[in-house]
Every structure is written in structure tokens, then in C-alpha cells.
Write a protein that binds this ligand. Structure first.
Ligand code: BGC
Length: 743
């Protein structure tokens, strides 16, 4: 049989345009020889006892027997190339048809070399760099035998209580769409059969980024219009970029859990969006429909998922256990099973696994592929570009003039805080911590004091930190959250600085020395109560393997910071969720009051009585060591017909005395529409490097698609009307113009 498979592969033509049908013909031919259980096996993904467990554990299973029986389509989270090779060998040599296993893993922001967490790299607004990071991550992963990553995470979120914001690209659908598509292109390259490209997976379908109260796995309830306008675009962009697979989300949508939601998985994903790849459930998400309360047992859960067109089950095994009975009972048909199994076999075919099941991986190849200098250098560059300077009173930063530095705080030597979540292949010894970066960039100038742990005082810690600060010219404090506090299942009801860190900061500030805070975090934090104690605030996120060096590069001024926020930083917890692209409401804060002197004038507006509506730092915000000015905003064609592009120009100038980069951003507002529209929406951006004194002309082309939204008639399309447009460096940009789309 194995020979037949290879022969079939050899004789089919490999012309790109007919590849899918060839793959389908191959799959159908193979399926004609498969038993029902073998097909269900292809639709089942398991985790080995030695692999990473990224969800609740279940009964241990004898994976080897399942493989021999041909009942394992995919395995996730195997940790070594040797183990992958051995499992593949077992499948190919010992199962009846020798169908290769598809190995998947969470290669979320790198494999061995870790790039900054995704929220951080989104702050670079550097689409090409994000794509290149994905390409480099894929090359390392593919060399260990992983042919499928569960990335990109396309979930838009404006809720920093939700720990998984660290894995996404922030609160904006437009930026999220560009970056999600770039990641798919980076992972999958031009040809999936290339042994250094891997399958991408659009996740978590859908709307996982809007759990009530920011609690992971919680209910999601929103209108379809809101879903289509604000949450759907990044998934769509990633699918359009050719993502071969998609993953369901844990949450319900319209009161139906995503894994059993036929509207999401069949009508929207397949019929409307034309997705032709395969869908995998999230970890045990099928049988979790029992806890959701829509299935009485595993069998009912399997029926719901199969009827919703969910092709592959992650871990819980209900397809293998119950699908045969469901067919006998007429709940589903074998034709349904064939369609789903075919989708999976097609992906394996496109990867070239039937031609050579071992084309991915091999211990020797892996050893050569990892920790390449080009990958480490690139990770350092992305980390530099990801950091966001939020405050720099008196130009405390950069520290380039020989100051003595007191390096204080719980994250000075913490490698985990450099790496953040999803670090299955982490190697602490190869991670540059902040102290290492500082020691090598500022030799002989650094004194270290821990001060406190992330959440607790240390006996005498503050006194030691204060002594260090007094003996130095500047205090650099590493504050924030540890790396393990970002990612799945890390929701926090408060995103303020922990009390012990607040005390440490206040004590160091009281020394009178300038205070620079390096904030390690996987989410925006609410810092209003402590911001006055910071002279400078540089958000370094969890910057990856090269983090310590990249931080020193920016702090020293070797590189000017250029990151811009992709989520607002709230003032306090009570403002969350907070987003720049909110609606105006019928009683907006800025509405002119007929009697502003009256005591009640401050009431009856959409506002808080005890804090402003605005965040502490808005979406798009980020400082540099130089300054930029924008002017000459013109709309080249201020009156356009429906369907026509609008061309907008502006000029940006580096008016400071250092070279640097900024992110030029274009926002629009549709002034009157058939549905309420956001007060601003990002619709264009360009990261731009300018030497001191240099200026550049910017040109943005706004297409009809950019102006489309979910109209009153539920069509996603443009409407005529007047629009405002702003260009600048953040979502509060003031340089303004107007244009009209004629009916
Ligand atoms: C996560 C997914 C991940 C999967 C496999 C789940 O718990 O929600 O994002 O891909 O585990 O590790």
C-alpha cells in the first residue's frame, strides 16, 4: 500500500493551479481503501504523555496502540525531534496504510529563538518584520518535525484583564487583519511542500477576545453587527492569506459553543468565507460542550461538532468513540465523515508528507536550524521596535553619558519575564536577561538590587534598593508582571501594579534620583496611581530571547524607541474594556451644554464622575528620542464616487536632533451612516524611519473596502456621505481634513 501511495504521488502533475484537485483525488483514492475507524482516526488529534499539556488532563491513553491501529491523524505538543521521528516511524511502518501523522505545536512567537510576545511585536506596526519572524519561527519548528502551528491568534480584544491579549495584535481590527495575514504568509511561505514552511491556523474562531468581564473561557455575547465590524476582519484576512487550518474557540457565540456552532463553522466559515482547509477544535472543546450545557454526554457533543462541520477533534476522543454509532443511528452520514477526513488528508498531501513523511524534522537538521545568528539578530531588532516609550520627563532616557545605574526590581535577572507565554522550547540559558544586557552595554556602571518579588516584599529589600539608588545617578526599575502571568488562563480582575512594587517605586522615587521604569508585561496596565513616580516609562513587554540586549540597546540610545501602543493603557481598572474606536453615543462627553455653568451640566453625559473617559495612553501612542511633526494634510480627491479610492497625502518631518522612526497613522470617521459608527477608525499606517531634519511625503490610499462596514441592511459595504480624516502619530491625532463619498 505504501508503495501505491508514493507511486500515486509521483505520477500526478504538480502544476499549482490544479494542486487542490490533485490532492483531493489523492485523498479520495486513499479513502476508498480506509475503514471508517481509520477515517475517524485521521479526524482525531492526541497528546502524548511526554508532550506539553496545555489544557485539563484526561485519562492517559496508549498512543502507540492507537497509532498502530491507524487511529491517530495528528499529535500535538511533542517536545523533541527524536520523539516525533519515532512516532512517525511507528505510523508509517506499523499502521495498515502508513498514513503519516501531522505534528502540531503552539509556535506562537518563535520556537527555540523566542521573538517578543505577539502583542509586543504588533506595537512595531512592522508588517514585514512580523511576517519574517513567522518565517524564521517556522524554519526552526519545521526542522524539529512540527508541520503545523496553532497561530496566528486573530482575536481582537480591548480587555487587558484577559491574559490572552498577549497572544494577539491588540484592539484594532484593521491592524489585526494586516498582521494576522502577514503571519500566515510567513509560516506558510509560497509552497507548503517546502520543508521549512508549516501550516498556519486561524484561531480562535470566533470572538474569543470578548469574554464577559475579561475572564478566560467566559461567555461572549455581542450583536452579529458588532462581530462582523470589529471582531471578524482579522480572521477573514488570515483566511484570505491562505491559512490552511482554523481552530474553534472555547466560548459560546449566540449561546452556542463555537465547536458546535454550525452558523460559525459551516455557514460563515465555509459558505460565506469560502474556507477550504480543515478546522480543529480547541483543547477538549468538543466535550466541554457538556459543561456548557448543550450536550448531555460525549456522544451528543460529538454529534453537535460533526453536524457543525468540525473536522478534527483535539484530545478528547469523542469522534473515535461515538461517530460510528452516530452514523448507524443516522445522525450523521459517512459522506460527512469523508468530507472532513478529505480536508485533513489534503493538508497532509500539500505538506508533502505522503511523499516523504520525514521531510519535516530530524535531530541533526534541528540542531543545525536552531539559534541561527540571523534569527537571534532579527529577534533583537523586532524587540527593539516593539518597545513603547510612554513617558520621558526631562529626557531622562537615553542613558548615554556614563551615569552610574542602580538596576532595581523583581525582573532584573528573570529569564521567564523576558519570554512570556507559549515557550514550550524555552531555554533559559540562551535567554539574555536585563542584567546581562546592561552589564554588557554599561560595563562597570550597574549595581543590582531586587527590592521585592513580583508580588511580595523582601525583608530589607526596599532599604537595599534605596541604598543602591542613592549611590547611583539614575534608578532603573524593572516592574510589571512575570512572564507566566500572560497567556491562557491568566485573567486578572485588576491590572494595577502589585502593592509591593508600588511601595518599592515610591521609596526609590523619594531618593530624588531620576526614575526610569522598564515595564515587563503581557498586557496594558492601569498606572495612573503610580505614573507620577516615574520620570520615564518604557514598556518592554516580554521581549523574547534577545530581550536583555534589546532593552539595553534602547535604554542606551543606540536605538531610538519607535513602538506605538496597539491597546490603550487605561487609567484605572474601572475603565476596562477601553478602546479608541468607541461609538459617540447620544450623549457624548464633548457635547456642548446649553447652560455649562449649571451644577447639573456635568451629568447626563456618557462619562464617569470620578475619572476621565480617556485612557492614560491612547491607542497608537509612543514617544521617541527625537520628535516628529505632521503637516500638509490634503485629500487629493475630496469628492469621490462610490467604489473609488480616496488618496490622502501628508508630510512628516523629524524635527529633533536624533535619527528615529515613527508610525504615521490615518484615521477616519463616517459622520452620518445607517448605523452608529466609531468616533475614529484606523484605516492606514506606515512605519517610517527618518534622519534628523529629514522629511517624507506620505500617501494613503483609502479603498471602498476600507470604508465598508456592516450596514443597516447587514451588507458589508460602503455608504455615501461625509468623512473626517486625521493623520498623526496616535489615535488622538489633530491634523484633520474631510472628504465626501457621493451617492
Ligand atoms: C489553547 C490553544 C492552543 C491549544 C493547543 C488551548 O488550550 O486555547 O490556543 O493552541 O491549547 O495547545
Amino acid at each position: 500500500m505504501k508503495k501505491i501511495i508514493i507511486l500515486f504521488f509521483a505520477v500526478v502533475s504538480l502544476c499549482g493551479c490544479c494542486r487542490r484537485s490533485e490532492a483531493e483525488r489523492f485523498a479520495d483514492d486513499l479513502m476508498s481503501r480506509m475503514t471508517l475507524r481509520e477515517k475517524l482516526g485521521q479526524m482525531s488529534q492526541f497528546v502524548t504523555t511526554t508532550g506539553d499539556v496545555t489544557g485539563p488532563e484526561g485519562e492517559p491513553m496508549d498512543i502507540n496502540s492507537l497509532i498502530r491501529a491507524g487511529e491517530v491523524g495528528s499529535i500535538l505538543n511533542v517536545k523533541t525531534p527524536e520523539e516525533i521521528e519515532a512516532l512517525q516511524r511507528l505510523a508509517v511502518d506499523s499502521s495498515r496504510l502508513g498514513i503519516p501523522i501531522l505534528f502540531g505545536h503552539d509556535i506562537i512567537h518563535g520556537c527555540k529563538v523566542l521573538f517578543p510576545i505577539n502583542l509586543a511585536s504588533s506595537c512595531s506596526w512592522n508588517v514585514e518584520a512580523v511576517k519574517e519572524s513567522a518565517r524564521l519561527a517556522a524554519a526552526e519548528a519545521a526542522a524539529m518535525g512540527v508541520a503545523w502551528t496553532f497561530s496566528p491568534m486573530c482575536d481582537v480584544s480591548a480587555d487587558p484583564r484577559w491574559g490572552r491579549v498577549s497572544e494577539g495584535s491588540g484592539e484594532d481590527p484593521y491592524l489585526g487583519a494586516k498582521l494576522s495575514a502577514a503571519m500566515v504568509e510567513g509560516y506558510q511561505g509560497k509552497d507548503l511542500a517546502d520543508s521549512s514552511t508549516i501550516l498556519a491556523c486561524v484561531k480562535h474562531f470566533a470572538a474569543y477576545g470578548a469574554p464577559e468581564a475579561g475572564r478566560d473561557y467566559n461567555t461572549v455575547d455581542m450583536s452579529e453587527r458588532m462581530f462582523r465590524d470589529r471582531y471578524l476582519p482579522p480572521y477573514v484576512a488570515a483566511l484570505k492569506a491562505g491559512a490552511a487550518t482554523a481552530m474553534t474557540s472555547f466560548n459560546d457565540y449566540e449561546a452556542i459553543p463555537a465547536s458546535g456552532n454550525r452558523w460559525l463553522l459551516k455557514e460563515l466559515l465555509r459558505d460565506e468565507l469560502g474556507f477550504e482547509g480543515f478546522v480543529v477544535s480547541d483543547y477538549r472543546a468538543i466535550t466541554e460542550m457538556i459543561a456548557h450545557g448543550v450536550a448531555a454526554d460525549d456522544k451528543e457533543a460529538a454529534a453537535l461538532a460533526l453536524k457543525a462541520w468540525l473536522d478534527m477533534e483535539m484530545v478528547s476522543g469523542s469522534y473515535l468513540n461515538h461517530a460510528e454509532a452516530l452514523i448507524e443511528e443516522g445522525v450523521i452520514s459517512e459522506k460527512d465523515i469523508d468530507r472532513m477526513c478529505r480536508n485533513i488528508l489534503v493538508a497532509k498531501y500539500n505538506l508533502g508528507l505522503f511523499e516523504d513523511p520525514f521531510r519535516y524534522g530530524g535531530a541533526e537538521r534541528f540542531a543545525k536550524a536552531i539559534y541561527k545568528k540571523e534569527t537571534r539578530d532579527f529577534a533583537r531588532k523586532v524587540a527593539q521596535e516593539s518597545m513603547v516609550l510612554l513617558k520621558n520627563e526631562g529626557s531622562v532616557l537615553p542613558l548615554d553619558s556614563g551615569e552610574k545605574i542602580a538596576l532595581i526590581g523583581p525582573f532584573v535577572s528573570s529569564s521567564r519575564s523576558m519570554l512570556g507565554s507559549w515557550t514550550a522550547f524555552r531555554d533559559y540559558d540562551s535567554t539574555a536577561v536585563i542584567k546581562e544586557g546592561f552589564d554588557s552595554r554599561f560595563p562597570g556602571r550597574v549595581t543590582v538590587a531586587e527590592g521585592c518579588t513580583p508580588f511580595e516584599d523582601i525583608n530589607g529589600g526596599i532599604a537595599q534598593a534605596v541604598r543602591a539608588a542613592r549611590n547611583a545617578d539614575v534608578a532603573v526599575l524593572t516592574l510589571g508582571y512575570p512572564g507566566e502571568l500572560s497567556g491562557e488562563a491568566t485573567s486578572m480582575a485588576s491590572v494595577e501594579l502589585p502593592e509591593c512594587q508600588k511601595k518599592l517605586l515610591a521609596a526609590v522615587k523619594a531618593t530624588g534620583k531620576p526614575v526610569v521604569v522598564l515595564l515587563t508585561t503581557g498586557r496594558p496596565m492601569a498606572l495612573e496611581s503610580v505614573i507620577d513616580d516615574m520620570d520615564a516609562l518604557l514598556v518592554v513587554w516580554h521581549p523574547g530571547t534577545e530581550g536583555g540586549h534589546a532593552i539595553a540597546d534602547v535604554v542606551s540610545g543606540d536605538v531610538s524607541p519607535s513602538g506605538h501602543l496597539t491597546m490603550c493603557f487605561p487609567r484605572c481598572d474601572g475603565q476596562i474594556p477601553i478602546r479608541y474606536n468607541h461609538k459617540n453615543t447620544g450623549r457624548p462627553l464633548k457635547r456642548a451644554h446649553p447652560n455649562p455653568e449649571k451644577p447639573w451640566a456635568k451629568y447626563y453625559k456618557s462619562c464617569y464622575l470620578n475619572t476621565p473617559n480617556t485612557p492614560l495612553y491612547p491607542f497608537g501612542y509612543g514617544l521617541s528620542y527625537t520628535s516628529f511633526e505632521f503637516d500638509s494634510l490634503t485629500v487629493v480627491n475630496p469628492q469621490v464616487a462610490m467604489g473609488e479610492d480616496v488618496v490622502i497625502k501628508a508630510r512628516v518631518r523629524n524635527v529633533g536632533d536624533r535619527d528615529g522612526a515613527t508610525v504615521a497613522q490615518l484615521y477616519i470617521r463616517d459622520l452620518v451612516a445607517s448605523t452608529t459608527r466609531p468616533v475614529r477608525e484606523l484605516k492606514g499606517f506606515e512605519r517610517i524611519e527618518l534622519k534628523s531634519g529629514e522629511s517624507a511625503e506620505l500617501e494613503f490610499v483609502l479603498t471602498a473596502e476600507d470604508m465598508a462596514f456592516c450596514r443597516e441592511d447587514m451588507k458589508f459595504a460602503q455608504e455615501p456621505g461625509d468623512f473626517k480624516v486625521w493623520v498623526g502619530q496616535d489615535s488622538d491625532a489633530t491634523l484633520e481634513a474631510q472628504f465626501t463619498v457621493l451617492p
